[in-house]
Design a protein around this ligand. Structure first.
Ligand SMILES: Cc1ncc(C[n+]2csc(CCOP(=O)(O)OP(=O)(O)O)c2C)c(N)n1
Length: 342
């Protein structure tokens, strides 16, 4: 059966509007700390999460909000959590990086790579107590250089665990370009552990769905783990307020803010040699210039626009759905803030 693009688009749109609402709360100062959004990776999450059912588990990274929402967790509970209220999803103590849902067997962690052992544990439990159920691990490509993720992939392979390892590869780990710290090829790396790898376009929700379908069916039928490698972009960069993104969005306003302290630290007496200082400066300038050519600036990489283009063949249905999703998210936001709907 082919994927239902309408329902996948609804999942992605819900997530996008939900995360945009979170961004606004964060910019208004109502959410404290860092905020990592998943805007740009919706097609990967929707394509995989739409294949999950009762008894399936998810191990999430520091961008777990979208997956929880798409899985069915009450948006008001998530928002109350992010706002730090005791009636939030985790009693207001988890924040956005440590979200858990017992009901949906979902656990997130801010420790990069921790999704591997968590998913392997969920899958091992499923082998014993929920045969046919699977576990999914969502992580970035930066996590692929963490030992514990490799260890759990190895165990998943030898124990034939029902896991789908989903690598959401945006090419960046904060301000480090992942290719500069990653040896070899990721798909070849997991092949070396005895796990099949499937490469997909992470901006194409139907393609992700097809690949997830095959991999999850494989896991459910006892054939073991699969690695799904999906490329994507993060429209907000690493986290909200990410400096590299701010610079390319508004260079005239932002550049003086970094040029002055950068020059001061470059000229400060003592410390690193001139050669080391020049190398440091080069790293910063390269990061800024590479952001100028950055795919994060290209709306052609937006998974929602890509799906929407196809659905525009039925504009009336599309508009109705979009209005409905918008209403749903506004009403969740109003409830979370304790506002009376007008
Ligand atoms: C074990 C560990 N090391 C370092 C960090 C700091 N850290 C937080 S996010 C991040 C980058 C992760 O990059 P990636 O896995 O590609 O995920 P992305 O943020 O790009 O989605 C790092 C290094 C951490 N949280 N945990």
């Amino acid at each position: 059966m082919p994927p239902d693009l309408w329902s996948l688009y609804v999942l992605m749109l819900k997530s996008r509007l939900f995360e945009e609402a979170i961004a606004k709360l964060w910019h208004d100062g109502l959410i404290s700390g860092e905020m990592h959004l998943g805007t740009g990776e919706e097609a990967i999450i929707a394509g995989v999460v739409s294949k999950l059912g009762e008894g399936d588990a998810m191990a999430l990274d520091h961008r777990g909000t979208a997956a929880l929402l798409m899985r069915g967790v009450d948006p008001v509970l998530i928002l109350r959590e992010l706002l730090g209220y005791p009636d939030g999803l985790c009693g207001g103590r988890g924040g956005h990086m440590h979200l858990f849902s017992k009901e949906y067997l979902a656990a997130s962690s801010g420790i990069v790579g921790a999704e591997g052992p968590t998913a392997a544990g969920f899958a091992l439990a499923a082998q014993y107590s929920r045969p046919g159920a699977v576990a999914v691990a969502f992580f970035g490509e930066g996590a692929m250089n963490q030992g514990m993720l490799m260890e759990s992939m190895n165990l998943a392979s030898v124990w034939n665990l029902p896991v789908l390892f989903v690598c959401k590869d945006d090419g960046w780990a904060i301000t480090t370009q992942s290719e500069s710290v990653t040896g070899g090829n990721l798909n070849a790396r997991v092949h070396g552990l005895g796990i099949p790898a499937v490469e997909v376009d992470g901006g194409d929700v139907s393609e992700v769905w097809e690949a997830a379908h095959g991999a999850i069916e494989r896991a459910r039928s006892g054939q073991g783990p699969t690695f799904l490698h999906a490329r994507c972009v993060h429209f907000e960069g690493h986290f909200l307020g990410f400096q590299l993104i701010r610079i390319v969005r508004d260079p005239l306003r932002e550049i003086p803010g970094i040029a002055v302290p950068l020059t001061q630290s470059f000229l400060r007496p003592g410390g690193a040699t001139l050669r080391e200082r020049l190398a440091g400066l080069k790293t910063v300038i390269t990061a800024v210039f590479s952001t100028l050519r950055d795919p994060r600036r290209d709306s052609a990489n937006d998974p929602l626009s890509r799906a929407r283009k196809i659905l525009q063949s039925d504009p009336v249905r599309l508009q109705e759905l979009e209005d409905q999703v918008e209403k749903e998210i506004s009403s969740a936001l109003a409830s979370a803030l304790g506002e009376v709907p007008s």
